[in-house]
Design a protein around this ligand. Structure first.
Ligand code: HEM
Length: 463
């Protein structure tokens, strides 16, 4: 009798400190792995409050407090100086960092371009890119591949096609090199990045400003290539939609600079987050063969073609559950940070002006009061026959008016790519070195993990 029992996967994570970190270790942690800034107690308690360099610094875990900050009174919570400094060089004046009326205007103009009606068009681009990637991977099946690089390349190609209908062969390498440079040199906050208001330059801001010039030039070069293409009658990509977008109230469109910054924002916010989500999904499945076979069974019966991709989403229930479970354990945006403008109160916490308020999907999604076996990888918990997660306990895309504008696009992309990959290949690891998550801008792996893809038998596609 076979008595082998497969235990659920418990992916390794960096050790949380026993007690809140003092200033120096905190600053070191935030620059090397921000997932380690919260003490063990944060994963069990409602609030973690401390005084940090004269300011209140708080992590909120209760639905009332989170609701207040993100939904109830969001106008009183602005983006933190460090987020603005770090992201401005890449996103310019685009949606991610805008505030007040400018944000309102941008949001209502951009949101329809990423809304439900556009998903069939985006699914077409997603599937076209994925099919090409799968064909390339078939040619190297059986040999080790760098999984992170493979997913980053695919996600960038999808972003390029969805945004510009351009294959990214021409620009992909330069773009990746610049994003790597940005992540290595400019994305790790120093003390003054956090303390000084954005209007006063911190030492790191000069390098960031030089980087911004080069980055925006690259985006302008891509836009020129796109504008040189023949113009179709119907919109075929996000660029067409953004260019045609008009504020529903005033009828105003974006200026060329605003359009450029919006494109830069969507590329940054969109591609690395989805790439790491796909990486973590596949590396989890490589270590959980039972779940992988369970997903393959579904994926192999669903046709994933450019014209059917959008409709296929309704049948890919297991793929969606795997994506959700991956975003629970490895939320690409591991924390959402705000700074209080006027004195306020969130749940039981008093917030003086300029308090630093953190809502961390990384902590919430692993909180012992909110989840059963929080550290285990169990996609079945997201199947439709299971109870929905508690309010504000699962929020990979944030919440409230500033919820991720690309959430539907990201989910469509992650589900379709994952199903196409697992429908075609069995994914296995080449070694047993633990893959540890590291929080720097996004939740990344600590090393480029290799996997082997083996072609599964001919699929039995229906529909
Ligand atoms: C798995 C993938 C993704 C994750 C986990 C993610 C996560 C998030 C989160 C948590 C926020 C809220 C931040 C806050 O409140 O401070 C956000 C905002 C945003 N996301 Fe995403 N995102 C993803 C993919 C995308 C994609 C594909 C796009 C666009 C194509 C995108 C564009 C944006 C933009 C523009 C904002 C700012 C929205 C605003 O402030 O009004 N994201 N994202």
């Amino acid at each position: 009798m076979d008595t082998a029992v497969t235990l659920p996967l418990r992916p390794p994570v960096p050790e949380a400190p026993e007690a809140p970190l003092r200033v120096r270790p905190f600053l070191r942690a935030i620059r090397t792995n921000a997932l380690t800034i919260w003490p063990k107690s944060a994963y069990r308690e409602d609030y973690t409050i401390r005084n940090f360099l004269g300011r209140t610094n708080v992590l909120l875990n209760t639905p009332e407090a989170i609701h207040h900050v993100l939904v109830g009174n969001p106008g009183n919570f602005r983006r933190s100086p460090a987020s603005i400094r770090i992201l401005r060089p890449i996103t310019g004046e685009g949606l991610l960092l805008s505030e007040g009326d400018t944000w309102k205007l941008q949001r209502r103009t951009v949101a329809p371009a990423l809304g439900p009606r556009v998903m069939p068009m985006l699914a077409r681009h997603i599937v076209a890119s994925t099919k090409q990637a799968v064909a390339k991977l078939e040619a190297t099946a059986g040999q080790p591949i760098d999984l992170l690089f493979t997913m980053q390349t695919l996600a960038l190609d999808i972003a390029g096609r969805s945004m510009f209908s351009l294959e990214m062969d021409r620009f992909g390498a330069q773009m990746r090199a610049m994003l790597y440079e940005f992540s290595e040199k400019y994305s790790k906050p120093h003390l003054l990045d956090m303390l000084l208001p954005p209007s006063i330059p911190a030492p790191g801001d000069f390098g960031r400003a030089r980087f911004k010039k080069r980055w925006m030039k690259l985006i302008e070069t891509i836009l020129s290539a796109r504008l040189a293409e023949p113009q179709p009658d119907a919109p075929r990509d996000l660029f067409d939609l953004l260019r045609a977008a008009r504020d529903p109230e005033t009828g105003a469109g974006f200026s060329p600079i605003q359009l450029r910054d919006q494109v830069a924002t969507l590329i940054l916010a969109g591609h690395e987050t989805t790439a790491v989500t796909l990486f973590w999904s596949l590396i989890m499945l490589a270590q959980a063969q039972e779940e992988q076979d369970w997903l393959a069974e579904e994926a192999r019966t669903v046709a994933i073609e450019p014209e059917t991709g959008h409709a296929a989403m309704a049948s890919l229930i297991r793929a969606r559950a795997v994506v959700n479970e991956t975003m629970r354990l490895f939320p690409a945006a591991f924390t959402v940070v705000r700074e209080t403008i006027a004195r306020d109160r969130a749940g039981a916490v008093d917030l003086p002006p300029r308090s630093v308020v953190m809502i961390a999907p990384w902590v919430l999604h692993r909180h012992h009061a909110l989840w059963q076996d929080p550290e285990l990888f169990k996609p079945a918990r997201f199947m439709p026959d299971q109870p929905a997660p508690a309010r504000f306990s699962f929020m990979p895309f944030g919440a409230g008016p500033r919820i991720c504008v690309g959430a539907q696009f990201a989910t469509t992309e992650a589900v379709l790519v994952l199903a196409a990959m697992i429908g075609r290949f069995r994914v296995t690891r080449t070694d047993s070195r633990p893959v540890m998550p590291v929080g720097i801008v996004t939740t990344q792996p600590d090393h480029a993990a290799n996997v082997v893809l083996t072609i599964r038998d001919a699929p039995a596609i229906v529909g």
